[in-house]
Write a new protein. Structure first.
Length: 601
């Protein structure tokens, strides 16, 4: 058993909750730009004073509409300025926000509305309104539902008769131990569970994260710190960045869809961003595809090798430094431009990123800081920082956090950001703790520097018919790092050997067809058994197999013609694979992996 901990910081704020940040910012620096709001005219600034006043107006409207302290209010919307506005307005009214993913099914919306006991909702689209009103009807509750586009103006009128002092009194009376939000975990199986997170959880998370990431949140000189948020605010990671940015006075912008992120990054020009590995891999593969498509593939590949060597070296020699300088002008500069030209840091979580990609971005002038956490730990529990940066790890514990590795290799967590339990589910809460430690279900180890390394998921452990325990995560990460692979799912539980289901990245597939002389109109379904495609995908499988023993290696694979997305139900909204759903949906493909004798390797 191994344990590592970081000393806590002194406690500062005693009461007032998360809405206190809004008032403190308006008092300290009323004219500072708190947000840049995306409008038809471009990025329109919103000052700290303007945001505070708008939060108070909306909170007065919520109170006038019958929202009381402790009431749960659903927010069903994509990432946008109004999402943040309503979040803080609900806290100012001493209510509890209940975020719902825009990709949620009718059954999931019904469950969250019923289980949370929500008494109102703020939604974005007509479909959202229909789903939410239907959920309230099924729960036997008559509840107001506001459309987020117009709700701020409507509530400002509704609340004109409510004294602003009533809202200020609510905020002042907020105890930090009160519930701030109930976040329903997207889950890879079963019904979502509501994680109860308090103001204190988020206050500790924000303060400790900002403290560890001073170069990001407290930019020096004339260039103010700013970030563009394009991950879902229904997810705890996006929520953490929202609260951290407001607490630190960082200028925040919102992008509703990941597909718009690249275009918005170019115009918003943030100094740092938050992304999941999927986004960073898309940026890398997009740059690589563009280079190879324009006949500059060899230059890009040489630049990549140079970047990895340069970042990995403790003391690069003169020749390596010279090559790096040349490629900075030819390749790395263009990569920085994709992120807006000013971005120097990327916070990454949700899954492991290939160490090679971390080195590549780092040498290109973009430091990727990986971390680890769950909804139950209010997002980040461990984090790499600019002055404590080790690629391939999830970093060290945040202040006040302790990490323990159990005898079975499971990661256990204790500290001020750990949740208080699941809403209406005492049994699940009890099962999630052991001797006061939260049991994550993830497997890991702590290296000699105190950095956490995640090695797999205990529930994902496959046991072959020969009794071999196989953790698929490390192989999947390696296979996914190949540009041609969209997603990899390793299978083999109860089977005589390990196999894999692979999807093909659609953008890389188009480039691959041109380079390989395949018909332009050919689909993945047409070419899934093509020898050239299988040979190139075998290279990806070999990358995964290099990380494990022969007994654990992938012996066969099947190419799927489908894509995995959150919309079609194969990925969670946070872009994690729903392993059980995939294996069930493609049961025939799994069986095909074992239908013939495997040639010896």
């Amino acid at each position: 058993m191994r344990e590592v901990a970081t000393a806590p910081l002194p406690t500062e704020q005693a009461t007032g909750g998360l809405a206190e940040f809004v008032h403190l910012n308006a008092q300290r620096s009323p004219a500072s730009v708190a947000f840049r709001r995306k409008t038809r005219a471009g990025w329109t600034p919103v000052t700290a004073r303007e945001f505070r006043d708008e939060v108070v107006r909306v909170a007065r409207g919520l109170v006038a509409s019958g929202v009381r302290p402790g009431d749960r209010v659903v927010i069903l919307s994509s990432t946008r300025y109004e999402w943040t506005l309503f979040d803080f307005a609900l806290w100012a009214a001493r209510a509890i926000s209940v975020p719902v993913y825009v990709t949620s099914s009718e059954e999931q919306v019904d469950w969250i509305v019923a289980d949370s006991g929500a008494s109102a909702a703020i939604v974005e689209t007509e479909q959202h309104e229909r789903l939410t009103r239907g959920a309230f009807a099924k729960a036997g509750r008559d509840a107001p539902v506001w459309r987020i586009e117009d709700a701020a103006g409507e509530l400002a009128k509704t609340g004109s008769a409510v004294p602003a002092q009533d809202v200020l009194a609510n905020r002042a009376a907020t105890e930090n131990s009160e519930v701030a939000t109930i976040i329903y975990t997207s889950g890879t199986t079963g019904r979502p569970k509501g994680c109860v997170l308090t103001h204190s959880n988020f206050l500790a998370e924000a303060r400790h994260t900002v403290e560890m990431l001073q170069p990001l949140f407290k930019a020096d000189g004339a260039e103010a710190a700013s970030t563009l948020l394009f991950l879902p605010l229904a997810h705890v990671v996006g929520r953490m960045l929202q609260i951290g940015a407001v607490s630190a006075g960082v200028t925040l912008g919102h992008t509703s869809h990941v597909r718009d992120a690249v275009a918005d990054l170019a115009t918003f020009r943030p100094t740092f961003v938050l992304a999941v590995p999927y986004v960073l891999e898309k940026i890398y593969h997009g740059a690589r595809q563009k280079a190879h498509g324009s006949g500059k593939g060899k230059v890009f590949d040489a630049a990549e090798d140079t970047a990895v060597a340069h970042s990995s070296s403790a003391s690069p020699g003169p020749l390596l430094r010279a090559r790096h300088a040349v490629f900075d002008r030819l390749v790395y500069r263009r990569l920085r431009e994709v992120l807006g030209g000013r971005c120097r840091y990327v916070l990454s979580g949700g899954a492991a990123l290939s160490p090679r990609l971390v080195h590549f971005f780092h040498s290109a002038g973009i430091t990727v800081l990986e971390g680890y956490g769950l909804t139950e730990t209010t997002s980040t529990a461990t984090l790499n920082t600019p002055d404590a940066f080790r690629p391939g790890t999830a970093g060290r514990p945040l202040p006040g956090m302790s990490i323990r590795i159990s005898e079975a290799g499971e990661v256990l967590i204790k500290g001020p950001t750990v949740f208080q339990g699941y809403w209406n589910n005492e049994e699940a809460t009890r099962e999630s703790f052991a001797d006061g430690w939260f049991t994550t279900g993830d497997l890991g180890r702590v290296d000699d520097g105190g950095y956490l390394v995640i090695t797999g998921r205990s529930k994902d452990i496959l046991v072959t018919s020969g009794g071999k325990n196989v953790s698929p995560g490390i192989m999947e990460d390696r296979v996914n790092s190949h540009p041609l692979v969209g997603n990899a799912v390793v299978v083999g539980d109860g089977r005589r050997y390990v196999a894999a289901l692979l999807t093909v990245d659609p953008q890389q597939f188009e480039l691959w067809k041109r380079n390989r002389g395949k018909p332009a109109e050919a689909t993945v379904a047409d070419l899934r058994d093509d020898p050239d495609l299988r040979a190139d995908l075998q290279e990806a499988v070999d990358l995964g197999n290099a990380a494990v023993s022969q007994a654990e290696s992938i012996r066969r694979f099947r190419v799927l013609s489908a894509e995995f997305t959150a919309e079609n139900g194969y990925l969670t909204p946070s872009l994690k694979i729903k392993r059980g759903v995939v294996v069930e949906a493609f049961a025939d493909e799994v069986e095909a992996c074992y239908s013939e004798q495997v040639p010896s390797r």
